[in-house]
Write a protein that binds this ligand. Sequence first.
Ligand SMILES: Nc1ncnc2c1ncn2[C@@H]1O[C@H](COP(=O)(O)OP(=O)(O)OP(=O)(O)O)[C@@H](O)[C@H]1O
Ligand SMILES: [Mg+2]
Length: 581
Amino acid sequence: MADDYEIVAAIDFGTTYSGYAYCSKTDFKRSPPVIKTSAWKSGTGTCDKFMKTPTVVLFDQNRKFDSFGFEAEKKYLKLALRNQQESWYFFKRFKMRLHQRETERTNERLTIDTIVEDETGKSMKALDVFSSAIQYLKDHLQNLLIEQGMRDKNEVMKKVRWVLTVPAIWTDPAKEFMKKAAIKAGLPENKLLLALEPEAASLCCWSIRNVSPDGRTILTPGLSYTVLDMGGGTADIVTHKIEDGEKLREMHAPVGGDWGGTKVNSSFQGLLIKLVGAPVLSKFKNKHVVDYLEMMNDFEIKKQFVSLENDEEVMLTVPGSLVKIFEEETDGENLSDVIEQTPMKGQLEWTFGRLILQPELFKTFFSISLDNVIKKLKELFNATESQDVSTLLLVGGFSESRILRKAIREAFTDKRIIHPEHPSLAILEGAVIYGHSPMSVKTRICKYTYGFMAAKSIKQHDQNIPKNRTIMDGTCETMIFDKLVEVGQAVEAGRYQVQKTYSKLSPDQSSMILFMYTSTDKDPQYVTDDSCSLLGDLIINLPPGHREVVVSTMFSDTFLTVKAVEKDSNTEVTARFSFLA
Ligand SMILES: Nc1ncnc2c1ncn2[C@@H]1O[C@H](COP(=O)(O)OP(=O)(O)OP(=O)(O)O)[C@@H](O)[C@H]1O
Ligand SMILES: [Mg+2]
């Protein structure tokens, strides 16, 4: 990582909201460090300023970037009011396209050509959508720094070290995709770090927000604490311990899932589908874009402000245009009659263009997120690595929800539950801190077992080799999983630590290709085992002659770096694996 920087700028690229924060080396030395954040205006009120803007991108008919954030939302609404939006490309929540569940890892490989669909099903290359969004944020910050006194864009690029946040639970290909998009957006690779979102929040909480209102230190050396980052898309969970020397040790590999705040909005849509049917809702969404967007905005406001205390009923607006389509498609059926025939009867009322929900029904919108998160945390706290966890830090925008907080408090009465003042900001500020001192995270835990595909000499006609194995020339068994590190193992960040020696097949072999595999198994035997999947490959060019190559690996900046040294000549090749096909 290039060391010639004056400012660290972090971009928090969220599923629902994005923003940036920055801090110079001088400001970082102050106590506490002075970290400045982006400010956005939604344009709907006189005193509206937000630290993040919606992660929404608009492209024109020719797929040319038009706008981002609140501006893109406003422009799309204006286009829709004139019925001109159809040929435009409007992307929302596209970050979730990169979230791959464990079970999907082998089925659908993320590639550089992966496609993402916009709100109306039109597609574009995901890399273009991501890089346009990142470029917008980069340009915005560049302009701001120039307004504040820096000479020009070149000077900004020369002086800034960039950090981009990614969910900790993402797979290596997803993280690499994000990095590729950032490079395409113009962020220099040698000045770009990826920060894991909950890890950033953790850094922020212990290094600059570590004092309770009564002046006590919250996180102390030796204490194990779990960070629950509830974002719009993902719930990301890590457990850290502060070690001597004030470095963070990760206690288990990050866990979580796609249980973020947008699941609540999807559940509301699920209720509408139960009432009017999917075809009606889809027709409404296509024909009455403005009404649809307004209905979802109204829901978002209710979701954020309803606390359900004192048995509060919740009133949701349903546009007349949706009801009209429903009546047309059903020959005049009545919504109240439909409700009477569902199990929601008694919990839901339809009156004067409003749905009135009893608190118990409104709470079910949160169930997918909350049930999954609570179950995962319980599993975690029962595991040996997390048994002495006493504190749970709630960060991420969704953790502002009073419904969520109450559910977590009720589920974990034995834990101290803390939410920093600005739970969403913690990730941004922490990403800046990480940029200034990436080595503050000392140890990470491997999410998978990593290994190279290797061949091993065997005795001629060895009886112990199973019949279905691949044997080369009768002397060499191939497809062996040669383990580097195993799932659950602690690896020190930024240090070459695992070495393997491989031999050339012949003295004139001029290159060696290494195939890296991952496995969910601790000790896979063959790369063809069900638990294994190909992660990427690395080509090492070799000088003629010498026969042995020593390969060392290092986990740093959330990535795997491989160094290969030709043993006799000491020729060194360093390469990064490409995880993307
Ligand atoms: N008071 C609140 N009550 C309920 N939900 C809230 C509240 N405030 C914010 N949210 C939800 O939090 C989410 C946004 O949080 P955040 O900004 O941390 O997510 P993100 O960074 O966009 O997503 P991710 O980190 O998963 O990519 C949205 O789903 C939003 O609806
Ligand atoms: Mg986030």
